[in-house]
Design a protein around this ligand. Structure first.
Ligand SMILES: *Cc1c(COP(=O)(O)O)cnc(C)c1O
Length: 454
């Protein structure tokens, strides 16, 4: 078959990358260091070691361009990697665009999203450091699912603090985690002092990601045999996700293609990092490629936030990070892309945005679901509401190409499937989704409580 006719590129297992790409080695300006929320000084090794294993702390700061993927992790990657790269032929035809649209599909593993790419190495490094249990938070449930599977595989216990409103609304995610042996609690709980403090003030509190993070970090910090695992934002998480872009590059190379523009949705920034960083590596050397992070207007971290130090959680327990933020007090509206509701974004992604090496765009949820349905009906995959932000942006770019007649190559990351999110689709079909847009004043109000760091 001619390469021009190919719809799907699936590489051989032996093509799974042997190393992750560490963008810290090549960035013109490095992200700012973490500060301790307790001391107001740069975070110490001791503070980090209370919740993370040494190997991950080293990756967080490493300046090595390539970092070896442990064989035990690659062995698990083989279950679904290399993930397929598709040419969106039916979507192109539907849009009548001269653009060639490609997408990398990260939903083919058991947990249905890209998050398993990092939960496996995180569980592995904790296991070899002698840790017995990992604690974490989950909002929409994808991260909790991914960590549960990874902990089960490497023989660790897993405790998940699940935002109460999701715990009640997404029972199947909860059952999924239990299937893999995790303990799942509706956060806020009365098991931690940060949870109890919230419940004292508001016994009916439905929780938030910020509260759940405080509980999970406190759990890890107060138990010697327990560490904490985060599913996005941190440098080592972005590092593990680069396997997405490294594979996509090989797959496009096979087709003699190179993208003009790369889109990914952006919550904490890890799947965007995953697909975009390996292409930015070329951009640092002069290749022209645009990378665009797509976020919801309901949580407009890059497009309306400020670049400043902020707390990583409501209880102000975790370290302070310099990042684009809409403020740790910001409570985004209850939109259906639960994975995109964090108040901050990866410090690396933030620095790249500040340096204008990447772009950002925001969409309201009704136009995102419209794109999701077009995609489902053409390509035959029901996309996660989060991923559908990238689809929206890719469709709009393809429509611009239709106007200009340019045959651009568009690549986007389909970070996960939406088969646990059908209730959200139901709401869309019955006209119950509202669009949320925040004014500059509303955002400015939630910036009042940013910490002072010098
Ligand atoms: C968690 C999640 C996201 C958002 O997280 P990032 O760190 O920004 O990638 C996006 N898509 C899916 C399917 C998710 O589960």
């Amino acid at each position: 078959m001619s390469k021009k006719d190919v719809t799907k590129v699936v590489l051989d297992e032996s093509d799974i990358p042997k190393q992750w790409y560490n963008i810290l080695a090549d960035m013109p300006n490095k992200p700012a260091p973490y500060f301790s929320s307790k001391t107001g000084k740069p975070v110490t090794l001791d503070e980090l070691q209370a919740i993370f294993p040494m190997e991950l702390i080293q990756q967080e700061n490493s300046q090595e361009r390539w970092i070896d993927i442990p064989e035990e992790v690659r062995e698990m990657y083989r279950q679904w990697r290399p993930s397929p790269l598709y040419r969106a032929r039916a979507l192109e035809k539907h849009l009548g665009t001269p653009a060639r649209i490609y997408y990398k599909y990260e939903g083919t593993n058991a947990t249905g999203s890209h998050k398993l790419n990092t939960s496996l190495p995180q569980a592995y490094y904790n296991k070899i450091a002698g840790i017995k249990r990992l604690s974490t938070e989950t909002g929409a449930g994808q991260w909790g699912s991914a960590l549960s599977l990874a902990c089960n595989h490497f023989g660790l216990e897993c405790t998940v603090y699940m935002v109460k409103v999701s715990y009640e609304q997404k029972p199947y995610r909860r059952s999924f985690m239990k299937t893999f042996g995790a303990q799942v609690y509706a956060s806020p709980t009365n098991l931690t002092s940060s949870g109890r403090a919230i419940l004292e003030k508001d016994p009916d509190c439905t929780g938030s990601l910020g509260i759940a993070i405080s509980e999970a970090v406190e759990d890890a910090a107060t138990h010697d045999d327990t560490n904490y695992a985060l599913g996005s934002v941190l440098n080592h998480v972005c590092l593990h996700q680069t396997i997405i872009g490294l594979e996509a590059k090989k797959q496009l190379e096979y087709l003699d293609e190179y993208p003009d523009v790369v889109f990914a949705c952006c919550g904490g920034g890890s799947n965007f990092a995953g697909i975009a960083f390996p292409f930015l590596m070329d951009k640092f050397k002069g290749t022209k490629v645009r990378a665009v992070a797509v976020e919801p207007t309901a949580c407009p971290t890059l497009t309306k936030g400020v670049y400043a130090y902020d707390y990583s959680d409501t209880g102000k327990i975790g370290p302070l990070a310099k990042m684009y933020t809409v403020g740790h007090d910001f409570v985004p509206a209850g939109i259906h892309a639960g994975g995109l509701r964090y108040h901050g974004v990866s410090p690396i992604v933030s620095q790249l945005y500040e340096d204008k090496l990447i772009e950002a765009k925001a969409y309201g949820q009704s136009s995102v679901f419209e794109a999701a349905v077009i995609f489902a009906r053409t390509e035959g995959i029901v996309p996660a509401p989060e991923s559908s932000h990238a689809i929206r942006a890719a469709i709009d770019e393809a429509l611009l190409c239709k106007e200009s007649g340019e045959a651009k190559v568009i690549l986007f990351n389909l970070s996960g499937h939406g088969y646990f999110d059908m209730a959200a689709y139901d709401n869309y079909f019955s006209g119950k989704l509202s669009d949320v847009d925040y004014s500059e004043e509303e955002i400015a109000r939630s910036m009042k409580n940013l910490p002072k760091v010098d």
